[in-house]
Write a new protein. Structure first.
Length: 430
């Protein structure tokens, strides 16, 4: 009897330790996403852009378009980062990638002396900041969390929203103190330091890996080859490519939109803060519903809110109206990354999650490259903002219609569909 009680006590202590470790991993992953590619590189670009143009005299359209090829490099790197995460774990990605992260921003800020050099440096930077990709951290959390996976992913990506609220104003502050070149190098060093500390202190492999390494073939899910042969893989990729191109492209160029209405740089940074805080609100709201309701329909509801942002921009162009549009845009944008990771895990399982999610993230990154380059070039070329808003609404409408075509059979790895045998390597209570 006492032996049985002792065994139960040991089991309870082990479960408690697993819970504590899981929440520590969530904290570490959240800090890495706070310092991620989107927060530090993508959404600060609109803050840097006017000062780069003013300081160098380089053609505005050329500088604005430089982010496109760089983001395409991120798209190419995403599947590779996913494979590395599947094989070595997110902790090793963070530890090895943090110094490269700092180096990438130093290259972008300190080396370019021509528009072509800036474009090349942008490509190099995006190739070096793989430690800021969400792919390995989403893969790690999907191994730690099952029933609460939507909550965990939403919380992690909410940290990215806080980053979007924090890093652009910090960048604007640094630019006014030391110029755009040293500002780039400084924010890269700060972010890399946090990623490195998270890797050292908080990130750990999921339970199955710590227990000696489970054969990936026994985990629930499809192989990469099986996944890419399904129609739902391509449907999911196209949907989130379109949503990212429109919402991300508009968000990253919002400081430029405000500049066209006579706003100063600080108001542009304020708009990014509004977007970031609204994204945080959207992602926290997502954490309450994503594990309870059909994920594609949840995505429709939140994306529809972003649709309203373009309606507001069509109706009014005052500074107040544009900030309201920024809030609506950010709230809708909050669904993007968390829902993508969650839907991929439920559509294809965790057997090869890192690689499959990396491929979908590559498609999303194509949208991230197309959106800001196209919208930024259109704004700087004096294209009527009404035309831009109507085009964005058309693309979003098509994505929403595609989301409505998804059915429960498209997400065969939802929790209630997995057998006890399939869930043996997952933490059942979280």
């Amino acid at each position: 009897m006492r032996a049985g009680e002792a065994g139960q006590g040991a089991g309870g202590n082990g479960q408690a330790q697993q819970h504590e470790r899981a929440w520590g991993v969530l904290l570490g992953a959240s800090l890495c996403i706070f310092c991620g590619q989107a927060s530090v590189a993508y959404y600060t670009f609109g803050v840097f852009l006017p000062d780069i143009i003013a300081d160098t005299g380089w053609p505005a359209a050329t500088v604005a378009a430089a982010i496109g090829p760089g983001a395409l490099v991120a798209a190419i790197m995403a599947p590779l980062v996913g494979l590395l995460g599947d094989r070595y774990g997110a902790r090793m990605v963070a530890l090895a990638g943090a110094p490269a992260f700092a180096l990438g921003f130093a290259v972008l800020g300190l080396l370019p002396r021509s528009p072509a050099g800036f474009a090349v440096a942008m490509i190099v930077m995006w190739g070096l900041i793989a430690a800021g990709s969400p792919v390995p951290y989403a893969q790690m959390l999907s191994g730690w969390f099952d029933r609460r996976r939507g909550m965990a992913l939403s919380v992690m990506f909410s940290a990215g929203s806080i980053g979007i609220a924090v890093w652009p104003p910090f960048a604007a502050f640094l630019i006014t103190r030391m110029g755009w070149r040293h500002a780039y190098a400084t924010i890269g060093l700060c972010a890399a330091t946090l990623i490195l500390l998270s890797g050292i202190l908080l990130l750990r492999k999921p339970k199955a890996a710590m227990a000696g390494g489970t054969d990936a073939r026994t985990l629930p899910g499809l192989s990469v080859r099986e996944a890419v042969r399904t129609g739902r893989f391509w449907k999911i990729s196209v949907i989130f490519l379109a949503v990212t191109a429109v919402l991300g492209g508009t968000a990253v160029t919002f400081p430029v939109i405000l500049r066209t209405h006579g706003a100063d740089p600080q108001l542009g940074a304020l708009a990014m803060t509004v977007i970031g805080l609204a994204m945080f609100t959207g992602r926290l709201s997502l954490s309450l519903v994503l594990d309870r309701y059909f994920a594609p329909y949840v995505t429709v509801a939140i994306t529809a809110i972003a649709f309203l942002a373009f309606m507001v921009m069509l109706i009014g162009t005052s500074k107040a109206a544009l900030l309201v549009a920024a809030a609506l845009l950010g709230f809708g944008l909050g669904s993007e990354y968390a829902v993508t990771a969650y839907i991929v895990s439920r559509a294809f399982g965790i057997r090869a999650f890192g690689a499959v999610y990396g491929l979908v993230t590559a498609a999303v990154s194509v949208g991230a490259a197309i959106g800001p380059a196209a919208i930024g070039a259109a704004l700087l070329s004096s294209v009527d903002p009404v035309v831009i808003s109507l085009s964005a609404m058309g693309v979003l409408g098509a994505a929403i219609l595609m989301l409505f075509t998804m059915r429960s059979r498209d997400l065969p790895f939802e929790v209630h569909r997995l057998s006890a045998g399939q869930r043996i390597n997952l933490a059942p209570d979280f």
